[in-house]
Design a binder for this molecule. Structure first.
Ligand code: SF4
Length: 369
């Protein structure tokens, strides 16, 4: 991979539009970008995936669906049983991603092969407004990177500037845009008031090259992070999933060194660590989609939450090493584990939050200061 690789902007092969959103501003804005493409209109997006057939030579995530979000846009992260959770809120603005990481759990989680963008964003802003106004004493960390990559569809949806501007006017929320892509130019000139955290998921260079599909190179992600820093944004980095692979110490240490030689530590809101894990029910799908990936060769065991994970001592070793490398550059940047028990925290970091509420409070403090 070219060291400055940036993926092409997603070009859908076909576009489907649910009739109920065809007159909305966001739908029109998106369709204007594809003036020569045939648009197929459908009645009900919920019924549609069941009847949608892929040809034998077709792949997931080549087609675009513009639809209505019928449920709530904002959801408390479900966390995982018997593990500490940071009590984050997910904002589901889209579902699906064109980047194609081998370990992506959306392969099992999403039940249709289209990339869906929800176009009734007026409803979304009303819902957010109500939630934040009705709970003025609660603080919300919100992210759009659960069911999609937060920046990869930005050139098509152009939702980012609206979200950043909306959140900049709220006292009790921040938004985190988490990505392996670099489409952030329209965000750089906004008055964000440091209420948006621009975050990049990172991995060891070898894992990025073998298992992160069309994602931007590490060099390109770090260059984007530096641009975001220059524009005054708070930043975050996520090493999730960390992969136990040959010479992982060299690969991960190298990325930590590159972060701190690119970014000022006091601009980093947090760094998260998580090890490879996914529901056992998705195992067959992920292996079938990525038969050449080596990450599924490692031994993964089912945990109490029915997710496959590395054996606990391996996870502790990965986390402990990362924590010490990060601490060698910064004694203050907040480092947390995603979906791990207090016991693993204690063994890896030498301390643990008492409960999920305390972890939430510590993370809130990182952006409230
Ligand atoms: S970038 Fe994220 S959402 Fe996209 S394929 Fe990779 S893991 Fe999945």
């Amino acid at each position: 991979m070219n060291k400055n690789f940036i993926p092409d902007i997603f070009q859908p092969r076909r576009i489907f539009v649910e009739s109920g959103v065809s007159d909305l501003a966001m739908t029109r804005r998106i369709l204007q970008k594809f003036p020569h493409q045939t648009i197929e209109y459908i009645d009900d997006a919920n019924q549609f995936p069941a009847t949608f057939q892929l040809g034998s030579d077709e792949k997931w995530n080549h087609d675009l669906l513009l639809a209505k979000q019928r449920g709530p846009f904002l959801r408390l992260c479900p966390g995982t049983q018997k593990h500490l959770c940071c009590l984050y809120h997910n904002l589901d603005v889209a579902a699906g991603c064109d980047l194609g990481c081998s370990y992506c759990i959306l392969q099992g989680y999403l039940h249709n092969p289209l990339i869906t963008i929800y176009c009734n964003i007026g409803d979304m802003f009303t819902e957010l407004d109500n939630k934040l106004s009705q709970h003025p004493n609660s603080f919300y960390r919100i992210g759009t990177g659960e069911l999609t990559d937060s920046l990869t569809l930005e050139p098509i949806s152009e939702l980012g500037p609206e979200l950043v501007t909306f959140i900049s006017k709220r006292h009790n929320a921040i938004i985190e845009l988490k990505s392996k892509n670099v489409h952030l130019q329209p965000l750089l000139s906004l008055r964000h008031k440091r209420r948006t955290v621009l975050a990049w998921s990172l991995n060891a260079e070898t894992v990025t090259q073998s298992d992160e599909g069309k994602a931007a190179s590490i060099e390109a992600r770090l260059a984007a992070a530096r641009e975001a820093q220059n524009a005054g944004y708070k930043l975050a980095f996520h090493f999730d999933p960390m992969i136990d692979h040959e010479n992982w110490q060299i690969g991960y240490r190298d990325i930590v060194e590159r972060i701190f030689s690119t970014i000022q530590a006091d601009n980093i809101a947090w760094i998260s660590l998580g090890a490879l894990r996914y529901p056992s029910a998705f195992d067959e799908i992920m292996r079938a989609n990525h038969p050449r990936s080596r990450i599924f060769l490692g031994e993964l065991l089912p945990g109490v939450d029915k997710k496959l994970r590395y054996f606990r001592p391996i996870r502790v070793e990965l986390f402990r090493a990362m924590y010490s490398w990060i601490r060698s550059y910064s004694s203050t940047v907040f480092v947390y584990l995603c979906m791990e028990s207090r016991d693993v925290w204690q063994k890896a970091f030498g301390w643990a939050p008492r409960n999920s509420a305390e972890l939430k409070s510590l993370l809130d403090d990182c952006v409230l200061q």
